[in-house]
Write a protein that binds this ligand. Sequence first.
Ligand code: GLN
Length: 192
Amino acid sequence: MVVAILALQGAFIEHEQTLHNMGIETIQIRKKTDLDTPFDGLILPGGESTVMGKLLKELDLFDIIKNKIEDGLPVFGTCAGLILLASHIVDDNTVHFGTLPATVVRNAYGRQLGSFYTEGNVEGLGQIPMKFIRAPYVKSVDDHTKVLSIVDEKIVAIQYKNQLGVAFHPELTDNHQIHQYFIDIINQYTVA
Ligand code: GLN
């Protein structure tokens, strides 16, 4: 299995290290030809969604990645990555990939102004550490999007078919359970 990590900006190295610790091979996506290497899943890291959205277009990566997600490529967005996937952003007409039916609020997580650490329950995984950094939260989802975690009455982890989105940064903690959850999605969606 090879997992691609969008490596334009933000916390991509930490995802890479987490996956390497789990014994999983990764490649970095920085330019169009990087997409020629076969891969089984894609991580969209945290960072700044506006910057990543712009670079994706400028580097001609946007349409190819969007089509792959629509065709069933397993994708995992963390924080800004979740914003890239979301179908709606509150008070903003911008839609990036828009493939994950959910409405997100940017830079607006509850008690958070800068960043904070907490623990929260994720369906099927139990209590896991969560690091939030200028995080979004999910305001609403459509009927087919599964809510996996709610912290402080806000939705912070969701799944829609091949797409997993979390508002926090699992790659910045030692707990690999969410990454394992994503690997399980890849195994489930990869045609043998
Ligand atoms: N605030 C950032 C955004 O809107 C997300 C922050 C993060 O990824 N840690 O893109």
